[in-house]
Each structure stands twice: as C-alpha cells, then as structure tokens.
Design a protein around this ligand. Structure first.
Ligand code: BDP
Length: 693
C-alpha cells in the first residue's frame, strides 16, 4: 500500500514506455542468496514501473529487443563483453557499475559489481533512477560507499516489544516468535538496503531496564541481555540470514555484566582471565549461529548500565576484552562514548573520559560518539571528540528517531541538521578535517538510532520516513546535499506533480528551524523539556523550571558558562574554534547561550536584546508551525486522502503543541527576567491581574 511502501512505491511514470522496451526481459544470475533478493526486487519494482512483470532468463534473451543484465563478469559473459574487468575488479566490495551498452545488436543495460552485495546496491540504484523517471539510454554510473559501516541502532526491548524512544508502535520484531519470520522483516530489510544500510543492531543499548516500562529486574523479563543465551541465539539465526540476503549484518547490544548475570561467574572484571575466556567462548558460539555476525554495541557506565568502572577498570580494558573476543570472527565492538554522571555538566565529560585514552583501543573497537556533547538536542555544537582522537576508530552516532524534535507528532526533517554536523570543520586552522571525512577508514562508520515500529507506515508520522531515507543516503555518501536527498525522497514518495513536490519540499526544508525556535528560543538553549517518569510524556512537553543546570536562567541572565570563565568546555576544542566560541562577540548566535551566561538585556549584533530575541524566536517558530500546516492543507485533493489526512491531523496537533511551548517558554523568560516583550505579546503578571479585575 501507499503507506508502508515508503519510498519504494515504484509508481508508473512518464518514462515507463521506454522502460518497457529495455527492461521487460531480465537476464540475472541465480547463484547467491543475494541474487534472490535482486530478482524479487526487480519483479516488484517492474510490476509498478513497467506496469508488468519482467521475464527472467538464465541466458541472454534471443530477441533483438533490449534487456537488463544483472551479474558479475565472472558469471556472465554478456557482462564481461560490455564492461572492462579492471573497472569491476577495482570496485570495493559494495560498489557497483551500471552502463548502457550495445550487445549483438541489442541495446542493453548492465548492472555489475565484484560481489553479490554490490549487485543488490546496483539494483536499488537502478530502481531509484527509474522511479525518478530518468532515462536509461546513456547510463555510465560507478558508485561506492564513502563509509564502510552504515548501521542502524534499534532501541527495541525484545521481551515486550516496546521501543525506547520509538513513536511508531511496538518493535518490528516479534523476538519471542523467532525463528519464525514475517514478510514485514523482508520489507524492512528492503527499505534499509535500498538506501545502503549494511548493519542492524536489533536490541536496545539499555540491556537492563532500570524502572522503565514497569520492568521488574527480579523477573529478568525485559533484559535484552538475554539475547546472548543459547536459546535466543538460535532464534536469531534465521533473522540474520534474512538480512544477509540484503547485505545487512546483524549486531547485538550486550550487557557488560553478562558473565555475572548469566550466573556462571561472580565477576565481569575485564582484566580477569575467566572473563576474557567467557567472552571469547560467547563470541565463538554466536559465530557458529551467525557466521557473518557484525559484533557488539555497548552502553557501559551510563544511566544505570554496568561497565568497567564497576570493577575498577577503564573503558580501554572494557572495550578491548570484547574486541579480542570478536577479532577471530572479524567482529567489531561499538563502544559508546555516552558516559556521564550527574555531578558535573554533561558536556565536558565525554572528551575528558575518552581523549586521554586515544591510541589505546584495540583496532576492532569503534568508539561511537553522539553528534553533540549533550544528547540529541534540536541543536548542539559538534562534539569536541571528533577530530581529536586520531589514533582511535571513531563512529558518529546520529538520532533518526525524533526524541527531542516532536516525537513524530511534529514534522521535523533531520537531514539539514545532519548536514550541518557532517560539514563542520573540526580543525579549521589545522588539518581542516570535516566531520564527514572522519569515517572513511576501515573500522570507522556511522550509526543512526532509529525508531521504526510496527505501525503501518513504519515511523508514526509519515513524513518521518524521510529521516530514515536521508540517514541511509548520507551514511553512504555524506557529500550529498540536502536538496538532492529531499528531492529524491519527495519524488519517490509523492510522485511528479510539481505543485506537490514544491510544497512538500518547502515543508521539509523549514520544519527543523521551526522546531528549534519554539522549543529553545533559537540561541543555543536546550533541554527545557519535561522529563517525567511516564514514558510517552518524556521529552515532549515543555518544562524549563526542571533544568536550571542546562539553561542557567537566573534573575540576572540566561545561558551557561561553558567557556574559559566557566567550566572550561570551550577549551576542549582546537584553538581556533575555542577562541571563536569563547567570546560572546564571535560565538555564533545559534549557540550563544550554550556557551555563555549573558544578561537578559545583552545586545546582539542586530540591536535586539537576548530576551527580546528569545521572545521573537518563540513566536516566529509557533507561527511557522502554523504556516507549515496551512501549506500542507493546500495539498487537499492533490494527493490521496489517506496520506493527506494522516499528515493534516499531525499538523493540527503540532500547532497546538508549538503554541504550548511558545507560551511556556516566553512566560518563563519573562518571569525570570522581568523584562517585558517590546511587542506586548507576553502577558505580564500585572496585565493578567487587570484583566481579571
Ligand atoms: C537519551 C535517551 C535515553 C537513552 C540514552 C542513550 O533519552 O532513552 O537511553 O539517550 O543514548 O537520549 O543511551
């Protein structure tokens, strides 16, 4: 259906006639399991794009018409006739080549690669090209991924199927009923592979769930760590095989205390030989079930999860013991840098914890670092860890799910935010390395915390599908600009009506700035949301009083001195960046209050005060939400009713919630500052007294 196909709708378009001429016959090799996936996808894709199923051949079709050939040169002579073998051999494992050629009088299209995985990506490329209505007559395409590791992290709790920070229903995976498989798992693998994702961590990093979702530790009911038990590993075998057809490797989040939790041992001390052996044996056992097992993801010493600190060891000891266990199987440990305790400002802790350890991590360790130093806020500076641990394999962690950006009730397109991060220069006066160039070496990569679920449309908010799409595209090629990605997604998802394309594109483009404005005031404040116990409310509603430590609002001003006068955070950056951030005159406006506590009436470059700018931005953001809703409503009748109404309803809710944020924040700013809004929009206590009288 329209909902669940996402961008793989394969709708007939203006170029379909010429596609029929060239692609009605397909010659595809039948060898590897991946080729089964290729044929299935071509069948499905062409049924839509050509309006009929292609005919599959196991030798070149004899008719004089054109055909499509998919295979490696080693297996198919047609391919080796049309493409030089050096060109194919020089491709990396996941690269592919697509070319239009003349072969014995027939006009053919060749998709080739040196591996079967490359053929999967080549096939999805071709189908995207055709979904965008582009011609086939002079194709000459060579593509390879920029980053070798392109992973999604599911925060799925296996034993109740809840998804931490997921806003689209229960987990896609019914873990208890594995090894039985579902068609929906295949559809999910297709979506991931179509944008180039090659790894999936299937369970939550919180492998033991402290007082959440009514979890009762004593029953062990929700501990995702149990997936390491033999009986569960056997269940995962079939799922791993399903993903393997699509070039996707399976990974598990593991609990650092597992050796102890399983009851075999009375410690999980990474420096104890018995622990070394325990992990090695476990890795061997996993490898028996899942020969291409990707490795472990670990959240240690953070938010209640055990870690090396419990055993007087450090993060190098902890990560390396797991890396040594996985090394014989080419597995990898993704060790999260999200480590903090409640005593200090969180921003300073990751760099302080990890930078001194640079050079000590095993080569099979990837230290996975969130884009910013706090926690996926609508806008943060880029983490100072990037670019400053040259002797360590680093991974970039982005959040695909909208935990802090309206939780899939609000429209918020993350691609422009990620582009800002990826293009950031970590050392402008030094080696000039942009974030996007840090993950190209072996052992580095990109991970996205994803939140799709069992909802028919996968993501809860239909427009949030674009974040999964864009994440994959950027992980494959971070040089892509956001306009290209948006345009691809909009056309594949909504078709080629120019009015629809223009409107949806505009909505996507303006959605993130609006959310920043009404949830933060736009000057670098963050974390002003409610953090109640009830999971669904968590991080959705405004609650600025709760977080003085983050926004630093007092009677004399607002912001946090994360500078050399304050906690010294700016000094974690290379000199040129540090100097820029350290001085409020040179600090970029959009991060000003992240770095500086300033008087409410501190004057900004345009002559407005801090507090007036906060007021103005909150009002502008909420007005923008309303404008986006009106734009969406202008599509009534131009797209199918089902999608129109689903999104229209979400926008109505977003507008109400944006007003709630605006009103709560401006009241809070006024209450602390006692500075009235120059435009008279913020009700003062006096004014409400008068109106009450
Ligand atoms: C925060 C989430 C929390 C996660 C944590 C993490 O609120 O649910 O467990 O990050 O990344 O964003 O581990």
């Amino acid at each position: 259906g329209k909902y669940d196909d996402c961008w793989l709708r394969y709708a007939e378009n203006g170029t379909s006639k010429s596609y029929r001429e060239r692609c009605s016959n397909v010659y595809a090799s039948v060898e590897a399991p991946e080729l089964g996936a290729v044929r299935d996808e071509l069948r499905r894709g062409f049924r839509g794009l050509l309006g009929r199923e292609p005919h599959f051949w196991q030798h070149p079709p004899r008719s004089a018409d054109g055909f499509l050939a998919v295979g490696t040169p080693a297996e198919m002579e047609v391919v080796s006739d049309c493409v030089s073998s050096e060109a194919v051999e020089s491709l990396d494992d996941e690269g592919f080549l697509i070319r239009t050629a003349d072969w014995e009088g027939a006009e053919i299209v060749v998709v080739t690669a040196s591996t079967d995985r490359g053929l999967v990506y080549g096939t999805f490329y071709l189908l995207r090209h055709m979904s965008l209505g582009r011609p086939l007559d002079s194709l000459d395409v060579v593509r390879e991924p920029t980053n070798a590791e392109r992973i999604v992290n599911h925060w799925d709790n296996p034993f109740r199927r809840s998804v931490e920070r997921g806003y689209a229903g229960p987990s896609i995976f019914d873990f208890e009923r594995l090894p039985d498989l579902r068609e929906r798992y295949v559809d999910y693998a297709r979506l991931l592979a179509s944008v180039g994702i090659n790894g999936i961590v299937v369970n939550n990093v919180n492998t033991q769930i402290p007082n959440r979702d009514g979890a009762n530790e004593a029953t062990n009911e929700l501990g995702g760590w149990q997936l390491l038990e033999t009986r569960y590993l056997e269940k995962l075998t079939g799922l791993a095989a399903l993903f393997r057809r699509y070039g996707i490797r399976l990974y598990l989040s593991v609990n650092f205390g597992a050796p102890e939790k399983f009851g075999d041992l009375d410690t999980a001390d990474p420096c104890d030989d018995r622990i070394e052996q325990w992990w090695a044996a476990k890795a061997d056992e996993i490898h028996e079930c899942i020969p291409d097992f990707g490795g472990f993801l670990v959240k240690a010493d953070s938010e209640g999860q055990p870690g090396p600190y419990n055993y007087d060891a450090d993060h190098v000891n902890g990560a390396n013991v797991l890396a040594r266990a996985l090394e014989p199987h080419s597995g990898r440990v993704w060790w999260r840098a999200f480590v903090y305790d409640s005593h200090e400002d969180r921003a300073v802790q990751q760099y302080n914890t990890f930078e001194p350890l640079d050079g000590e991590f095993h080569e099979n360790v990837t230290v996975q670092v969130k884009n910013g130093p706090i926690d996926f806020q609508p806008r943060e500076p880029v983490s100072p860890v990037f670019g400053q641990m040259p002797e360590t394999n680093l991974g970039l962690e982005l959040q695909i799910t909208g935990e802090y950006t309206g939780q899939h009730v609000h429209a918020c397109y993350h691609v422009p935010m990620w582009k800002e991060v990826l293009e950031f220069d970590t050392d402008p006066e030094g080696r000039g390395r942009r974030v996007k160039n840090l993950f190209t070496e072996e052992g580095t990569g990109i991970a996205g915390v994803s939140g799709p679920g069992d909802d028919p449309n996968w993501t809860g908010h239909y427009l949030a599908q674009a974040n999964l799409y864009g994440y994959g595209r950027l992980a494959w090629n971070p040089d892509l600009d956001d306009e290209t990605i948006t345009d691809e997604w909009v056309r594949q998802t909504f078709g080629d009506d120019p009015a629809v394309i223009e409107t949806v594109t505009d909505i996507m483009h303006d959605s993130w700035p609006a959310v920043i404005d009404y949830t933060t005031g736009g000057l670098g404040l963050l974390h002003m949301m409610y953090n109640g116990e009830a999971r669904l409310e968590n991080h959705y509603d405004p609650s600025p009083e709760e977080w003085p430590g983050y926004h630093g609002a007092t009677e004399d001003g607002i912001g946090k001195d994360r500078n050399s006068k304050g906690n010294g955070y700016t000094q974690q950056y290379p000199a040129a960046l540090a100097a820029g951030y350290d001085d409020p005159e040179t600090c970029p406006n959009e991060l000003l209050l992240f770095f500086h506590h300033l008087p409410w009436e501190y004057e900004l470059e345009d002559g407005r005060t801090v507090v007036q700018t906060l007021y103005d931005n909150c009002f502008a953001g909420a007005a923008e939400a309303e404008r986006l809703r009106d734009e969406w409503n202008s599509l009534d009748g131009k797209i199918d009713d089902e999608r129109f109404r689903h999104i229209a309803e979400r926008f109505d809710e977003q507008v109400v919630q944006a007003e709630r944020w605006r009103d709560t924040l401006v009241a809070f700013f006024y209450e602390r500052s006692s500075v009235p809004d120059q435009r008279g929009r913020v009700p003062s206590a006096d004014a409400s007294d008068e109106s009450g009288a």
